[in-house]
Design a protein around this ligand. Structure first.
Ligand code: NDP
Length: 300
C-alpha cells in the first residue's frame, strides 16, 4: 500500500482564496497586530512570513516591537491599548516572552474577540460548550484537513498524541462534535503503540521526531502529522552532513517516520507542506472572522 499524500498547501491556498473574497466584503481592512518583546532572531523569518501571508490576501499587518526590559504591567497595558483600538482586529503575542514575563497572563489579557490564536479562556470555553468562535489555529488546521477528506467521522477511533492547549485538547473537542471516539496520549500513557494501532485517524502532535513508527499505524489509517522537528541530515555513512558554514545540515521532519508510514497508512500529511500552511491560513481566517464580527457589532 502507498498512502495518498494529503496536500495541506493546496488546501491552504483554497482557504486563502476564499478569505480574499470575504475581505472584499468588509468595508474596513482587517488588521492583525503582532507583539514581539525583546530580540528573538529565530522568530524573524517567521514574522516576515506572517507579514507576507497577511499582505498577500489584503490583511494589514503591524509588528509592535517592545524592548526586552518591558515589565509585565507595561505589556498588559500595551495589550489593553490594542484591545481598545477599533481598527485592530487581531492581537498575537510572539512566544516565548523573555524571562520574568508571564506568558499565560499576557495571553489571557487579549480581548477574546481579538484573540485570533484562540488561547483565551473564553475561546477555549467556547470549544467545550460546542460553540467555537475563534479556535486555536493549529488544532483547527488539523481539524479542517481531516474534514476535507470527506470521510464519515461518526464512530471513528481517533488517537491524538499530545495534550497541549494549542493542539491536542482543542482538536479532541472539535472532533467530538463529529461523534468520533477520541483517545489522548501523553508522556504518562503506558502503551502508546496500542492506542495508536487502534486509530482510524492518528494525530501526532508531540514534537518528537520518529515517535510514531510504521508498526504503530493501523493499515489504511489517516495520519495527521502536526510535529515540527529539526534533525540533522545524514549521509550514506549514517553520519551528519556538514554544510559549507561548517555546521550540521538540518532538515524539518514531523513526528511520524514518514517514508515507512507511507507503506501502511491510507492517507498522510507530509512535513513540511501539511498542517503548517493550514495553521497560517487559520490565523488569517480568525483575523478575518474577527473583523467581520467587529463590523457586525458596529452596525448594532
Ligand atoms: P507541547 O510540548 O506543548 O506538547 C507536546 C505534547 O506531546 C505533550 O502533551 C506531551 O506530553 C506529549 N508528548 C511528548 N513526548 C511524548 C511521548 N514520547 N509520548 C507521548 N506523548 C508525548 O507541544 P505543542 O503542542 O506546542 O506542539 C507539538 C508539536 O507540534 C511540536 O513539534 C510543534 O513544533 C508542532 N507545532 C506545529 C504547528 C504547525 O503548524 N504544524 C504549530 C504548532 C506546533 P505531556 O503533556 O505528558 O508532557
Amino acid at each position: 500500500m502507498t498512502a495518498k499524500i494529503i496536500d495541506g498547501k493546496a488546501l491552504a491556498e483554497r482557504t486563502l482564496a476564499e478569505l480574499k473574497t470575504r475581505i472584499a466584503g468588509i468595508p474596513h481592512r482587517p488588521h492583525l497586530t503582532a507583539i514581539q518583546v525583546g530580540e528573538n532572531p529565530s522568530s524573524r523569518v517567521y514574522l516576515q512570513r506572517q507579514r507576507a501571508s497577511c499582505e498577500e490576501i489584503g490583511i494589514r499587518y503591524t509588528l509592535d516591537e517592545l524592548p526586552a526590559q518591558t515589565t509585565q504591567a507595561q505589556l498588559i497595558a500595551h495589550i489593553e491599548k490594542l484591545n481598545a483600538e477599533t481598527g485592530v482586529h487581531g492581537v498575537i503575542l510572539q512566544m516565548p516572552l523573555p524571562d520574568g514575563l508571564d506568558d499565560s497572563a499576557a495571553q489571557q489579557a487579549v480581548a477574546p474577540e481579538k484573540d485570533v490564536e484562540g488561547m483565551t479562556a473564553t475561546n477555549m470555553g467556547g470549544l467545550i460548550c460546542g460553540t467555537p468562535n475563534l479556535p486555536p489555529c493549529t488544532a483547527e488546521a488539523a481539524y479542517r484537513i481531516i474534514k476535507s477528506l470527506g470521510l464519515e467521522l461518526r464512530g471513528k477511533e481517533v488517537t491524538i498524541v499530545g495534550r497541549s492547549a494549542i493542539v491536542g485538547k482543542p482538536l479532541m473537542l472539535l472532533l467530538l462534535g463529529d461523534s468520533v471516539t477520541p483517545t489522548i496520549c501523553h508522556t504518562g500513557t503506558l502503551d502508546l503503540a496500542a492506542h495508536a494501532a487502534r486509530a482510524d485517524i492518528l494525530v501526532a502532535a508531540a514534537g518528537r521526531a520518529g515517535l510514531v513508527t510504521a508498526e504503530m499505524i493501523k493499515p489504511g489509517a489517516v495520519v495527521i502529522d502536526v510535529g515540527i522537528n529539526r534533525v540533522p541530515v545524514l549521509g550514506d555513512d549514517g553520519e551528519p552532513v556538514i554544510g559549507e558554514n561548517g555546521r550540521k545540515k538540518m532538515r524539518t521532519v514531523g513526528d511520524v517516520d514518514f517514508e515507512a508510514a507511507l507503506e501502511v497508512a491510507g492517507m498522510i500529511t507530509p512535513v513540511p507542506g501539511g498542517v503548517g500552511p493550514m495553521t497560517v491560513a487559520m490565523l488569517l481566517k480568525n483575523t478575518v472572522a474577527s473583523a467581520e464580527m467587529a463590523q457586525k457589532n458596529a452596525k448594532k
